[in-house]
Design a protein around this ligand. Structure first.
Ligand SMILES: [Cu+2]
Length: 354
């Protein structure tokens, strides 16, 4: 970084030397490229003073750009895919956070988060009161199932009109998703089930996240299933770009433009994809089951457990969802729709002891 900064600082000092002649030199410019799910800057440091951010949305869904720090909190309007905008600010020396504010920070949590240093060029050194941001500590959550248990069977998505405009933004993925509108896993077609699910997940950043836990449940045909979680999936999953790792606290789905809109807008305490070992009536089915787990704001109502809201983000976070799909290239499960989807409607979470 510092080598990069030194290269960069020389033209900046030259600019400042002539800044007394107004109109001669343009403000220092930083190019910003937004995409799913990152914010890329042409440089991580710049001379303090007037800075013009030239922002391009190179992604496939709308984004925006916000600069925050030292009393500044300014953002662009929403920038459509392929469009550009600018933001000109006067930055005091110090560290600023730069991120995408779309989706109540869900884009930020998915990785659209960076920073830039404004450097006091006159001080002639890098020591102007900023420091490296310290890495966030390990965070973890323990989730225990509770309340009514239901199995969700394939059926139509109950909010097709709300999802339709969001689906327009999904490009290549749209066709696959549209077939799920008519017959997919987010349906009102539910049947009572029984069982339990307990797990612990650790958010250690990037590729080191981990998970430990097991579930047992009975499906509507009387089969007894057991799932033992093995490891966190850290690579992209179809329809879930950059959904690797354990994500604690995320507002997404529905109208947020983050992940499939064929799930109502929700707030989650934890979301993860993992691999697991799956057994049916004590016989191994696969060691590569693809597992999606969320503890989220309640999407289903008591009684018939129909999906009750398109925006469920303000409901109590107590619905535990477990979805299990066959591993890549493996046959569908012997279950309706070929998948397993079980909810525990009044679950709870806590911080593990260590
Ligand atoms: Cu964004």
């Amino acid at each position: 970084m510092s080598k990069h900064w030194i290269h960069w600082s020389l033209p900046i000092l030259a600019v400042l030397g002539t800044a007394s002649r107004p109109g001669v030199e343009p403000p220092a410019q930083v190019s910003v490229r937004l995409s799913e799910w990152k914010v890329e800057l042409s440089q991580q440091a710049i001379a303090a003073g007037t800075v013009r951010f030239a922002i391009t949305n190179a992604g496939s869904i709308p984004h925006a750009f916000e600069v925050e720090g030292h009393g500044i909190e300014k953002e662009t309007r929403t920038i459509q895919p392929g469009a550009s905008d600018t933001l000109t600010l006067t930055l005091k020396p110090g560290m600023y956070q730069v991120y995408c504010p779309v989706g109540e920070d869900s884009h930020k949590k998915l990785g659209m988060d960076s920073h830039i240093r404004a450097v006091d060029a006159n001080a002639g050194s890098e020591h102007s009161g900023y420091g490296e941001t310290s890495p966030p500590g390990v965070r973890s959550i323990r989730v225990t199932s509770g309340g009514p248990v239901i199995q969700i069977l394939p059926g139509p998505f109950p909010f097709p009109d709300s999802a339709a405009p969001i689906l327009q933004q999904f490009g290549d993925e749209r066709e696959g998703l549209e077939s799920q509108v008519k017959n997919g896993p987010y349906s009102n077609n539910v049947t009572p089930s029984s069982g339990s699910f307990t797990f612990t997940a650790w958010d250690k950043g990037a590729t080191r996240d981990s998970v430990d836990g097991a579930a047992e449940f009975t499906t509507q045909d009387g089969a007894r299933w057991r799932l033992v979680l093995d490891r966190v999936q850290t690579k992209d999953v179809p329809h879930h770009p950059r959904f690797g790792g354990v994500i604690l606290g995320l507002y997404y789905h529905g109208n947020t433009g983050v992940h499939t809109p064929l799930v109502p807008t929700i707030n989650s305490a934890v979301a993860l994809w993992a691999f697991g070992h799956l057994y049916k009536n004590a016989a191994l089915v696969t060691d590569n089951a693809m597992v999606h787990v969320m503890l989220l704001s309640r999407t289903r109502r008591d009684g018939d457990f129909a999906l009750a809201c398109w925006d469920c983000s303000r409901n109590k976070i107590e619905e535990l969802q477990l979805q299990i799909l066959p591993g890549q290239g493996e046959p569908k499960f012997d279950s309706p729709g070929g998948f397993l989807f079980v909810n525990w409607e009044k679950s709870s979470s806590s911080k593990p002891a260590s």
